[in-house]
Design a protein around this ligand. Structure first.
Ligand code: SUG
Length: 456
């Protein structure tokens, strides 16, 4: 099937990460306020899993295409051995739990669930060779995240294996100059998914402009150098990309990724006026490029500082909602349940719905276990625009369905603990339980033996 201008019909497919059996609150992410506040709280891996599955089921029931990415195997013993731990696995766990509880939490972190940080994706309609390009994020900012890219690459290869349709790049060089956090800092605007769009890359710092104001308290994670490298790798047209700098005040208020303060979909950008430096010129450039490329008008839904403070925006994670196009063409905001509890956010939502013909409905989801680590609905998904033909060439076992939902609930009940404290991470039993869980998951998803422990 094709759209009016003969571009192929394409869909946005949401690949959600799922929390692993060792989901914990390590307090590991400096600058991510929820993570810092949750340090040492008791987590519920099972509840975290069920909340994420329920969100996927909701989107799938709405008629959207939903898929999932399996969790990474933890702890990462390769990383631990590189850090000087030796002996057998039980000895390492014992040593580490006496030595460094934060490192133990990091090696056991389930942070790959935030799939928006897995990669940056440009669909075939935007790229020079008309293949869909994917670059796994190097996540060099934080140790517990820096151990994700190699498995991310492996799993993306497994799912997007057809090289005639997909170009999978290596993560950028693992240095601070090319620090990359993936799709959390990337949005795409288009009229229809299968048509050429404008890609917006957002960065927090550039290493080569000493005059630029930097955040005073918290780190800026994404660099301009990494955005430019990805745009080159993905063979994007210079006239169809926009680079925008995050407002350092927003970073200092806890906006560690741009998706905490802005969300875009199709021809709509929903954002806070403090999201970008010189935001008026960013919006003007987006509008102009969008009009030139898409023969359509970009609609911006702006929330001012007066309407909502940065603190409220970060606490509620309003902008970390997913903005999705329903099968009937209307736009729906899938918002964190926390938004309901904040009267100022409610007011903003009422205004957005009543005064604007842009966002038609709001649905709330409870992903509280993820939220307590700074991951809202939008953090949990990697958006991949795929034509029907491309979709049929991906691993079909990764697609979500009612049957898979039921199987995964049963799987979670069998393998996931209801409570986990940081002290429990030293228990070798947890390692064996986790491996059993992931081993049976690969069978459910038809992925083959993807984990290193399955080769031992
Ligand atoms: O990188 N939290 C993640 C949250 C990522 C959210 N993703 C997006 N905004 N797209 C992070 O800060 C916390 C882990 C801990 O503290 O245990 C953590 O890694």
């Amino acid at each position: 099937m094709t759209t009016s201008d003969s571009s192929p019909l394409a869909h946005e497919v949401n690949f959600d990460g799922i929390p692993g059996p060792t989901h914990n609150f390590g307090g590991l992410s400096f600058g991510n306020i929820a993570s810092m506040k949750s340090r040492s709280s008791i987590s519920s891996p099972r509840e975290a899993l069920f909340q994420c599955l329920k969100k996927m089921d909701l989107l799938s029931s709405l008629g959207l295409i939903q898929a999932l990415l399996p969790p990474q195997a933890r702890p990462d013993f390769t990383a631990l051995r590189r850090l000087g731990y030796s002996g057998n696995e039980e000895q390492i766990l014992h040593e580490l739990s006496k030595d460094d509880i934060s490192l133990l939490a990091g090696c056991y972190s389930s942070s790959s669930m935030w799939a928006a940080n897995a990669a940056t994706v440009s669909p075939q309609s935007d790229t020079g060779d008309h293949r869909t390009h994917l670059t796994p994020a190097n996540l060099v900012n934080l140790f517990h995240r820096s151990i994700e890219p190699s498995f991310t690459g492996k799993i993306l290869h497994r799912i997007f294996h057809d090289q005639t349709k997909f170009a999978l790049h290596s993560p950028l060089p693992a240095t601070v100059n090319f620090s990359d956090e993936g799709a959390a800092n990337h949005s795409r605007f288009c009229s229809n998914y299968g048509e050429t769009g404008i890609e917006l890359f957002v960065y927090g710092r550039t290493d080569f402009d000493a005059s630029a104001q930097m955040p005073l308290h918290y780190p800026a994670r994404q660099t301009l150098g990494s955005c430019r490298a990805i745009a080159r790798l993905h063979q994007l047209d210079r006239d169809k990309i926009v680079f925008a700098r995050q407002n350092p005040d927003a970073i200092d208020a806890g906006v560690f990724h741009n998706d905490v303060i802005a969300v875009g979909n199709k021809n709509v950008l929903f954002f806070h006026s403090q999201a970008f430096c010189n935001y008026e010129s960013v919006i003007a450039e987006l509008r102009e490029k969008f009009a030139g490329c898409c023969n359509d008008e970009l609609i911006t839904v702006e929330v001012s500082q007066k309407q909502l403070s940065l603190t409220d925006a970060v606490e509620s994670y309003l902008f970390n909602s997913q903005l999705v196009s329903m099968p009937d063409g209307t736009a729906c905001l899938i918002a964190p349940a926390e938004c309901r509890e904040n009267p100022r956010v409610n007011e903003v939502l009422e205004t957005v719905i009543s005064q604007n013909n842009t966002i038609d409905c709001i649905l709330f989801v409870d992903v509280g276990e993820s939220m307590r680590n700074g991951g809202g609905p939008a953090c949990l998904r990697l958006r991949v625009v795929l034509t029907d033909e491309e979709l049929s060439c991906t691993n079909q076992g990764s697609l979500f369905s009612k049957r898979l939902y039921r199987e995964l609930i049963e799987w979670g009940n069998r393998h996931y603990r209801d409570r986990l404290r940081l002290e429990d991470l030293g228990d070798p039993q947890l390692l064996y339980e986790s491996r059993n869980a992931l081993d049976s998951l690969t069978q459910v998803l038809g992925l083959g033996s993807i984990y290193d422990f399955q080769q031992m």
